[in-house]
Structures are given as C-alpha cells and as structure tokens.
Design a protein around this ligand. Structure first.
Ligand code: ZN
Length: 131
C-alpha cells in the first residue's frame, strides 16, 4: 500500500478512532456514499482538503474493549460500558506498568492496523476521485 503520510489519529471514549486523511480540496462535501468504506468506517466531515473519518472499534464478545499500553505493550481490557461514559479527553494508565497517556495512545496493534487500513483505503479513493 502506498503511504500517504500525515494521518493524525484521535481516539474517542467509545473506543472508536478518528483520523484525518489529506485529500483534494473540494468546494463541497463529497457524498460519503461515493466511497467504498469498510463496515464501521464513516466520513464525518471535511474541510481544507482534510477528511475526518471515524473507525469504530468493536467490543470483544464479552463487552470489553482491548487496550494496549504504548510503554510496556501489554494488553488489558476495559468494560466498554464504563468507557463510554467517560469524557473524550481522558488519560488512561496502564494496569501493569502505571504508564499514563492520552487514551488514544492505547490502541492495540489490531485496532491501529484497522484504522490505518481504513485511512489508506480512503486516501487512495480521494486521490483518484474525479469530482
Ligand atoms: Zn504498561
């Protein structure tokens, strides 16, 4: 996959990741249905050639959300119901090593890969889109 660079990720308190994908500057919002998006991926806005997309991160079958410590790389789980009630800008701390960081830092490899793949898919379509 070609690298488009410049992706900025921000995690939300429901575990979904929001990403900014650079694309062509267009006068109006492109109809999101123009793009082929994976399940749980949606375009939530755009401006100045940057497209905001949201990639849902599904709970596991027990209703927990996986989180991975960016420091020690160990994975722990949070009850997704508890997590949804928290504000967007919370900081998490690792239950193993005590590392504290913005909760967006705690994406697991699988979640990050899913978000990056979705951003890459959109980036390719934006580059080839003919308005
Ligand atoms: Zn840790």
């Amino acid at each position: 996959m070609a690298s488009h660079g410049g992706f900025a990720g921000r995690d939300r308190s429901d575990g979904a990741a929001e990403l900014s994908v650079p694309g062509p500057i267009m006068a109006s919002m492109v109809d999101p249905s123009e793009f082929l998006m994976a399940d749980g991926v949606s375009i939530i806005g755009h401006g100045d050639g940057v497209y905001q997309m949201r990639v849902s991160i599904p709970d596991d079958p027990d209703g927990f959300l996986g989180r991975q410590c960016p420091e020690c790389l160990r994975i722990f789980r949070i009850d997704s119901g508890d997590y949804q009630g928290l504000p967007d800008d919370i900081r998490l701390w690792c239950t193993y090593c005590g590392h504290r960081a913005e909760h967006g830092e705690f994406l697991t490899d699988g979640q990050r890969e899913r978000a990056m793949r979705a951003a890459g898919d959109l980036g390719v379509q934006l580059l080839t889109f003919k308005a």
